[in-house]
Design a protein around this ligand. Structure first.
Ligand SMILES: [Zn+2]
Length: 358
């Protein structure tokens, strides 16, 4: 039985489309419509629903899309499976196209529950453009991705509605929830933090739209090493990573996304254990890519603490004169390492000079 629906817009998710249809038809709830379209009770907050082939068949005369096209273009499948292997992606795709299984058949999909901004988000520039052109107004999937707080088209900071949870109110029409008093999600960011947030947005939106080749978890250990944070796979300098990572994104963004020191440390510690999750959530991996690739491509923009201490010690050695009883004019002072605020200098006569750097 074919069901009439409005056309899906670019980057629109399914609940948004059902909500626009319900508003157009004067229907109060999309619940009956969803059950009719999926053949089971589909919760509007489910980001990776099942029975998409059934939905494609029901909507064939109006959408003319295959099940695969609906999954790839109008769900977060490609975003959610960023760090999943090809066999896992294939398995998840099959489950989304087919009928829903019981709880025992579900894949281990990891949610990201640290984000504090849980209400629906929109771009004021997008709204203005759609109104001016008399185009449909809808919720964009890319605006709801974790940490994607600027519009990937207009690069302005998104606004968040006062009421309307991203996982339960996605079928409520946009203009029902938007208010003039809605403020920008992030307010206190400097230009470098904004560049970092834009980079997360661009990568998240590209991943959602285009997908990409499987990036094994091990490649993130390589990035840490190339950025100077690891002597080996098992020796990562956690405190230095956390400090530089937090500076890169800024305090407010880290707070809003739940990217706390504990979460970064936990992510670092589990880099060798992510294989136990078939689909780890992509957000921390995307943030790590932005941060680490920025450091690697901009040498000198951040120096690990150990290297800073070394440079500091060398500078100190240059300004020190040896006045020991055994000093010879030909003696040369070299920086030989240090701990805390004590630098140790080594003269060519094998005398140790302990110099406080307080
Ligand atoms: Zn926009």
């Amino acid at each position: 039985m074919a069901v009439a629906l409005l056309p899906l817009m670019d980057g629109e998710n399914l609940p948004s489309n059902f909500g626009r249809y319900a508003e157009y038809m004067g229907i109060k709830s999309t619940e009956t419509l969803r059950a009719q379209l999926f053949g089971y009770f589909y919760n509007a907050g489910t980001r990776l629903p099942s029975a998409i082939d059934y939905l494609a068949e029901q909507t064939r005369d109006y959408w003319s899309l295959t099940g695969n096209e609906i999954v790839f273009q109008h769900t977060e499948f490609r975003y959610a499976t960023m760090v999943s292997s090809e066999p896992t992606r294939k398995k998840l795709l099959e489950r989304m196209l087919g009928k829903p299984l019981g709880e025992n058949g579900s894949l281990r999909i990891l949610r990201f529950d640290g984000e504090r901004v849980k209400n629906l988000r929109y771009c004021p520039e997008c709204l203005s453009e759609w109104k001016a052109r008399q185009r449909p107004i809808y919720w964009k999937m890319d605006h709801q991705l974790i940490g994607a707080y600027v519009c990937s088209e207009h690069f302005c900071v998104l606004r968040s509605v006062e009421f309307g949870h991203v996982d339960t109110h996605g079928d409520v029409p946009v203009m029902t929830l938007v208010k003039a008093s809605d403020g920008p999600i992030v307010r206190d960011v400097d230009s470098s933090n904004k560049v970092a947030i834009e980079e997360v947005t661009k990568r998240s939106a590209r991943q959602r739209r285009e997908g990409g080749a499987y990036r094994p978890v091990g490649s993130y250990r390589d990035l840490l090493r190339d950025a100077g944070f690891a002597r080996s796979a098992s020796l990562v300098r956690h405190s230095e990573v956390i400090s530089a990572w937090s500076d890169f994104f800024g305090k407010e963004y880290c707070n809003l996304t739940g990217m706390s020191a504990a979460r970064i440390s936990s992510w670092l510690g589990r880099l060798t254990g992510w294989e136990s999750y078939e689909t780890p959530h992509p957000f921390m991996f995307i943030a790590a890519e932005c941060f680490l690739e920025h450091l690697i491509s901009s040498p000198g923009s951040y120096l690990p603490v150990a290297l800073l201490k070394l440079q500091e010690g060398v500078a100190l050695a240059e300004g020190v004169k040896c006045e020991g009883a055994l000093h010879r004019n030909s003696d040369v002072l070299n920086f030989a390492g240090g701990a805390k605020k004590i630098w140790r200098m080594e003269a060519s006569v094998h005398m140790w000079h302990i110099i406080s750097n307080a």
